[in-house]
Design a protein around this ligand. Structure first.
Ligand SMILES: [Zn+2]
Length: 346
């Protein structure tokens, strides 16, 4: 393969060393060795080698340079993560598989898919490394666990009689493993943790989040400005800086009273739902929908209640936009009052 790059010629060699060097001499170009870089991807690199991924980490680091912290708001960071950081490893994955060995865990069932010596399936670590002498002597280095078990006990298949040292190590191994009687009919489970499959990792995380708190589905919706999503995120995580919450965190504040009614403690649920001011705002907007509803106890319940409706099409769309708009309005109005702004009537 000949590559011409800004006037310089390189010859890339795949195998045939002598041919490449004589050709290079003939054509007057330099010989370049693998891996080479093409469109930012390392061609010909050993994909099992973890160092290939150093580049991705470096690129990530440069994208996350410290100065950006100062200038990016939350929404900007979200865009950076979604559009840039997430696509970096995906682009690499289009060519190179991630090395998985360090991220894999095994559950032994029928023993057919787990390699006895090479996989880390027992608490002893990799048997190949721990019992190197006997590993060297055995015939089938890639044998599965099932292949090593004959009539319920471990058997080491070797070309010749074992030496005393090998026999000792084999006995030690059998002793340490104990009887391998846990083999059953089911297929072995290989669990790839962490980064190997971006999709799997993502799904696992989403599932976890949804199990914990299913309000996440209300957060990152299309057409909802990210500032609103962030406010709700804070609320659902109990970190919306209301006066009550600030006091709870031992921030010194004058009083914890609601900025709207000046009667009750300002919690998020009070400010968004129970306060007289909030009630009037909600009533004003919902009256046209002819939907009667009782006031829920929390913002989470409010979202759940909001989804019980028989609206369709455009009406439903407006209905959903309203909940975000009202919540955002209340929060903005509250902040403008907190920081000495003009008070707006309902
Ligand atoms: Zn109030």
């Amino acid at each position: 393969m000949i590559k011409i790059e800004s006037g310089k010629k390189f010859i890339d060699q795949f195998g045939a060393d002598n041919v490449a060097s004589s050709l290079a001499l003939e054509l007057g170009c330099k010989v370049e060795k693998l891996p080479i870089k093409y469109l930012g991807l390392p061609i010909g690199a050993t994909s099992r080698c973890a160092s290939v991924w150093d580049e991705v980490i470096q690129r990530m680091e440069s994208k996350l340079a410290a100065w950006k912290k100062k200038f990016l708001n939350k929404a900007g960071r979200l865009v950076l993560i979604k559009s840039c950081l997430a696509s970096l490893p995906v682009y690499f994955l289009s060519l190179i598989h991630m090395p998985v060995e360090d991220n894999v865990s095994f559950k032994l069932n029928n023993g057919k898919y787990i390699r006895f010596w090479l996989d880390e399936w027992s608490s002893l670590g990799k048997l190949k490394e721990r019992f190197a002498v006997i590993y060297k002597a055995c015939r089938n280095k890639t044998a599965s666990v099932a292949e090593m078990v004959v009539d319920g006990s471990l058997v080491c298949d070797t070309r010749r009689r074992l030496t005393a040292a090998e026999q000792l190590e084999w006995d030690m191994l059998c002793n340490a493993l104990g009887p391998v009687h846990s083999l059953n009919e089911e297929e072995d489970e290989v669990d790839i943790l962490g980064a190997f499959s971006v999709k799997k990792c993502y799904e696992a995380q989403v599932q976890e989040v949804e199990e914990d708190c299913n309000f996440h589905k209300y957060l990152w919706r299309k057409n909802i400005p990210s500032k609103v999503s962030f406010m709700l995120w804070d609320n659902f995580h109990g970190s919306l800086p209301t006066r009550s919450m600030l006091q709870h965190r031992r921030v010194e504040i004058e009083d914890v009273q609601c900025l709207f009614c000046k009667e009750h403690e300002e919690t998020a649920d009070h400010m968004f739902i129970h306060c007289q001011y909030a009630f009037e705002v909600w009533s004003y907007f919902t009256k046209d929908f002819k939907i009667s509803w009782i006031f829920p106890s929390t913002v989470e319940r409010l979202f759940e209640m909001w989804s019980f409706n028989v609206l369709n099409g455009r009406c439903k769309e407006v209905w959903w936009k309203m909940i975000y708009a009202v919540l955002w309005h209340l929060w903005k109005e509250r902040n403008s009052r907190a920081f000495g702004g003009r008070e707006m009537d309902v």
